[in-house]
Design a protein around this ligand. Structure first.
Ligand code: GDP
Length: 206
């Protein structure tokens, strides 16, 4: 798949304010500072599309982008939405605000009928964190299709990344019969880009 254009549509404060659900939609979520904006920019080949290092504590929104893409063998343009969801796990944010975000995210994930796949970003430099494991467990309970995206793999030794990915999946295996797809990425090295775009193309074909 080749991305031909990526443009910002709108930021919505809640699920029911989101734009019309008339295109396949792919959403990105992860802890603050996991590398979400960098990954979205790398995927779309557009620096500054998603804001990097957005300050925790600022009002968080559901950000929609319109993507135009083509398949290599077919010149016809296809349109889909990319969604940048607010990060979870801001330690510095008041509990009340966290609760509001939690509801906003849960509503979007569970009710958005055109959501095809959720990309859950995990920092590959760290051992599994309970906040990520708990979130992934909820996705399983809610039967949401998702992919685990391990980020910033260039920042750690390959052996450490491998061990962190394996430990994470082993912890899931203890409860789950099927494991989600896993992609190891680096925004700076453009690692994992082809794999992610291929996955989106495959989903769009269904
Ligand atoms: P967000 O808060 O999840 O949107 O995270 P950002 O995309 O703003 O990234 C947080 C910090 O990590 C920034 O300083 C980025 O430059 C850095 N970063 C993000 N992805 C990568 C990566 O793949 N490799 C390296 N070396 N740094 C990264």
């Amino acid at each position: 798949m080749q991305i031909k254009n990526a443009s910002y549509i709108i930021s919505s404060p809640s699920y029911d304010k989101c734009p019309k659900a008339d295109k396949p939609e792919y959403a990105f979520i992860g802890r603050s500072n996991v590398g979400k904006s960098s990954l979205i920019n790398m995927l779309c080949n557009r620096q500054g599309l998603a804001k990097t290092s957005s300050t925790p504590g600022k009002t968080q929104m559901i950000n929609h982008f319109l993507i135009e893409s083509t398949r290599k063998e077919k010149a016809k343009k296809e349109y889909w939405n990319l969604v940048d969801l607010p990060g979870y796990g801001y330690a510095k944010v008041a509990q009340k605000e966290r609760k509001t975000w939690g509801k906003m995210i849960e509503d979007y994930i569970r009710k958005r009928e055109n959501l095809v796949n959720l990309f859950v970003l995990i920092d590959s430099r760290h051992k599994p964190q309970s906040i990520d494991l708990d979130f992934v467990q909820s996705l399983g309970d809610w039967e949401i299709p998702f992919t685990l995206i391990f980020t910033k793999s260039d920042k750690e030794k390959p052996g450490v990344v491998k061990r962190n990915v394996e430990t994470f999946t082993e912890l899931l295996r203890a409860h789950w019969q099927f494991l989600p797809q896993i992609i190891v990425t680096s925004a700076t090295k453009k690692l994992g880009r082809d794999e992610m775009l291929e996955l989106i193309q495959e989903c769009n074909l269904r």
